[in-house]
Design a protein around this ligand. Structure first.
Ligand code: KIV
Ligand code: ZN
Length: 563
C-alpha cells in the first residue's frame, strides 16, 4: 500500500445540502421491492443459471411476495429470451407480478426486448445508460450532451414501440447508471430529458432508478444525493424513485436505508446480496431490519432456510455463516454470558405470554420482544436459537455442570460440582483444547463410575425385619473375594456398618442424592454419595445402575475407591 494514498486517491465530493431532512426522519412502512436476482445476480455468476434454475428461483421469489422481478436482459442471449418467453407463454407470473426487463439504448436490443414481452400481462421496461464523468470520458468518449442524446433516443425508441404491446400493462423505468458517481445536476438533467419523452403523470408514473452502481462514498452521501434529486427534480409526483445499491464499501444496506429516509419509494436488490463484485443490496436484510422494528416488510421470509436452500441450489453461491438473519451462525451463542442472558430473556418472553401464539397476558398489556443478543425471534423466520457449549481450561465449574446436565441429564449436586470442576479443568488443560459434552461425561465416568479398585461390587442383598435392615455384600478387594454383613435402619446404614465390622476405618455418609437418568442412557438411575472419614476428609462417589439401591451401593464404593 502507498505511504501517501492521497497522491493516488481522493475523497468523494459531498453534495451541498445544508438543510437536509433525512436525518430527522424514521422509516414507518415498507418500500416497493424489486428483485434483480435473475438479472444483476445472474450476470455475476461464474456459471449463470440455466432456464430450470431460473424458473425455480423465480417461483421462490414469487412465493416470498415480490411483485416486481427483473427477469433478465432478453436481448442479451437466447437463454434470457427463452426464459422470458416461457414465463409469459406458460403464464407462470401471477396476475399482480410485473416482469421487468433491462435494455440498453440500442435499436436492435430494444426490438428484441419488445419481442420477448409480447403477451405479458404486466411489464416494466428498464432502460439505462451510464452517466458518471469516468464513464463519459473513458468508456464512451462522449460529452454530457451526447450522453443525454443516447438516453433520449433510447427513451423515444421505447415509446414508439409501445403500441406493439397491446394488452400489456407497461411501466417504464430509467436508470442513469453510475448515478452515485455522477454530478447530481447532470443526473437531474438527463432524467428530466427522459421524462420529457415518456411524459409520466401522477396516475401513470415512471420509475426513476438511481443506482449506487459502485459505492464511492459513505451512505450519508448517497442519502444526500437521493434527497437532492427528490427535492429538485421536476414533476416528482409522477416518479417512483428507486434505489439500487451495491456493496463496494460494505454499506449497501445503510445506503438503502438512508436513501429511503431521503425520500425513495422503491428498492432493488437480491436475496442474500448476490451480484456484481461485492454484490447487490441484500433485500432479506433490509426487509427483516424493518420487521424487527415492527414494520410489516410485505415480504414473507417465514422459512428463510428453505429460501436459502433454493438460492444456493440455483446460483451455486453460498450464504456466509455470519450473514445477517440467514447465516448458519447468527442465532448460535458460543459465549456463556451470552447464553445466560439469552436464556433469561427467552424465559421472560415465555412468561409474558400465555400461549405460544403470542397472545398478550392481558388485553391492555403489549409485551415486546426484548431478548438480549437476539434482534428478533428466530422462530418468526423459521430458524432456531442454538447454544454451543464447550468447556475449556478457563471455563468455570458451572459450565461443566451445565454441559453434563443439558446434554445428558446428569444433575451434579453443587458440592460435587465444586469437586469435579477442577478435575475436569485440569484434564482439559492437559489436553490443551476445548472438549465436548461427551468427552466431559467420559471424564466423569472414569473419575467416579468406573473405579473398581480396591473395592468392586459382586452382589448385594438386603432383608428387613421390624424396621432393621440386614445386608450381605459380596465384594472384591484388590481382586480378592470379601463378604460383608451389617445392619442398620436402611441399606446404606447396613452397608456402612458392614464395612466397619470388616475392619475398614470408620466413615459416615454425609450427603446423598439420586435421580433417574434420561431415556436412552444405559442405566436408569444415578446416585451421588459423599462420605466423611474419621479424620474429617470428605470424598464424593457416584454409581449408576438400573436398580436405585445398587446405584447407591456403587456410589459408596466409588467414594471409598477415591481414597
Ligand atoms: O448497478 C447498476 O447500475 C445496474 C443498472 C443496470 C441499474 O445494475
Ligand atoms: Zn446493479
Amino acid at each position: 500500500m502507498l505511504k501517501e494514498p492521497s497522491k493516488k486517491y481522493r475523497p468523494f465530493p459531498p453534495v451541498h445540502l445544508p438543510d437536509r431532512q433525512w436525518p430527522n426522519r424514521t422509516l414507518t412502512r415498507a418500500p416497493r421491492w424489486c428483485s434483480v436476482d435473475l438479472r444483476d445476480g445472474n450476470q455475476a455468476l461464474a456459471i449463470p443459471m440455466n432456464i430450470s434454475q431460473k424458473l425455480e428461483l423465480f417461483h421462490a421469489l414469487v412465493k416470498c411476495g415480490f411483485k416486481e422481478i427483473e427477469v433478465g436482459f432478453p436481448s442479451a442471449n437466447n437463454t434470457e429470451f427463452t426464459f422470458n418467453r416461457r414465463l409469459i407463454e406458460e403464464r407462470r407470473a401471477p396476475e399482480d407480478v410485473w416482469l421487468q426487463v433491462l435494455v440498453q439504448a440500442r435499436e436492435d436490443l430494444i426490438e428484441r426486448t419488445f419481442e420477448s414481452l409480447v403477451g405479458a400481462r404486466k411489464a416494466i421496461i428498464h432502460l439505462y445508460n451510464s452517466t458518471s464523468p469516468a464513464q463519459r470520458r473513458v468508456v464512451f468518449g462522449m460529452s454530457k450532451a451526447q450522453i443525454v442524446q443516447v438516453a433520449v433516443r433510447g427513451a423515444r425508441m421505447i415509446k414508439d414501440r409501445l403500441p406493439q404491446l397491446q394488452g400489456t400493462e407497461v411501466m417504464l423505468q430509467y436508470s442513469p447508471e453510475s448515478f452515485s458517481a455522477t454530478e447530481v445536476e447532470f443526473a437531474k438533467e438527463i432524467s428530466e430529458a427522459v421524462m420529457d419523452v415518456w411524459q409520466p403523470t401522477p396516475e401513470r408514473k415512471m420509475i426513476l432508478n438511481l443506482p449506487d452502481t459502485v459505492e464511492v462514498a459513505m451512505p450519508n452521501v448517497y442519502a444526500d444525493q437521493i434527497e437532492w434529486i427528490c427535492r429538485h427534480i421536476r414533476n416528482r409526483e409522477s416518479l417512483i424513485i428507486s434505489l439500487h445499491t451495491h456493496n463496494d464499501r460494505d454499506t449497501g444496506t445503510a445506503a438503502t436505508e438512508l436513501g429511503l429516509l431521503a425520500g425513495a419509494d422503491r428498492v432493488e436488490g437480491t436475496l442474500f446480496g448476490n451480484g456484481e463484485r461485492t454484490g447487490n443490496l441484500d433485500l432479506v436484510t433490509v426487509a427483516l431490519n424493518l420487521y424487527m422494528h415492527g414494520i410489516d416488510p410485505k415480504l414473507d421470509f417465514s422459512n428463510l432456510n428453505a429460501i436459502r436452500q433454493v438460492y444456493e441450489r440455483c446460483t451455486g453461491m453460498s450464504v456466509p455463516p455470519r450473514q445477517p438473519y440467514a447465516g448458519e451462525l447468527v442465532f448460535t451463542a458460543f459465549s456463556g454470558s451470552h447464553q445466560d442472558a439469552i436464556r433469561k430473556g427467552l424465559n421472560e418472553w415465555k412468561e409474558k405470554h400465555h400461549t405460544s401464539n403470542l397472545e398478550p397476558r392481558t388485553s391492555n398489556e403489549v409485551a415486546y420482544w426484548d431478548v438480549p443478543y437476539l434482534t428478533l425471534d428466530p422462530a418468526d423466520i423459521g430458524r432456531q436459537y442454538r447454544e454451543v457449549i464447550r468447556v475449556n481450561a478457563q471455563s468455570g465449574k458451572g459450565g461443566v455442570a451445565y454441559l453434563l446436565e443439558s446434554e445428558f441429564g446428569i444433575e451434579l449436586p453443587k458440592e460435587l460440582q465444586r469437586e469435579f470442576g477442577p478435575i475436569a479443568n485440569n484434564e482439559v488443560d492437559r489436553l490443551g483444547r476445548e472438549v465436548s459434552g461427551a468427552e466431559l461425561k467420559a471424564m466423569f465416568w472414569r473419575e467416579y463410575i468406573e473405579r473398581t479398585a480396591p473395592w468392586q461390587l459382586l452382589g448385594f442383598e438386603t432383608e428387613s425385619r421390624n424396621g432393621v435392615v440386614r445386608c450381605r455384600a459380596r465384594l472384591l478387594r484388590d481382586g480378592k473375594p470379601v463378604e460383608l454383613a451389617g445392619e442398620g435402619n436402611g441399606p446404606l446404614a447396613a452397608l456402612v456398618h458392614g464395612f466397619s465390622q470388616a475392619g475398614v476405618p470408620r466413615f459416615e455418609i454425609s450427603s446423598y442424592s439420586e435421580h433417574a437418568l434420561s431415556a436412552g442412557e444405559e442405566a436408569s438411575a444415578i446416585a451421588y454419595i459423599q462420605i466423611k472419614h474419621k479424620d474429617g476428609r470428605t470424598r464424593w462417589g457416584a454409581g449408576v445402575d438400573t436398580n436405585i439401591e445398587l446405584a447407591s451401593v456403587r456410589a459408596v464404593l466409588s467414594a471409598l475407591n477415591r481414597g
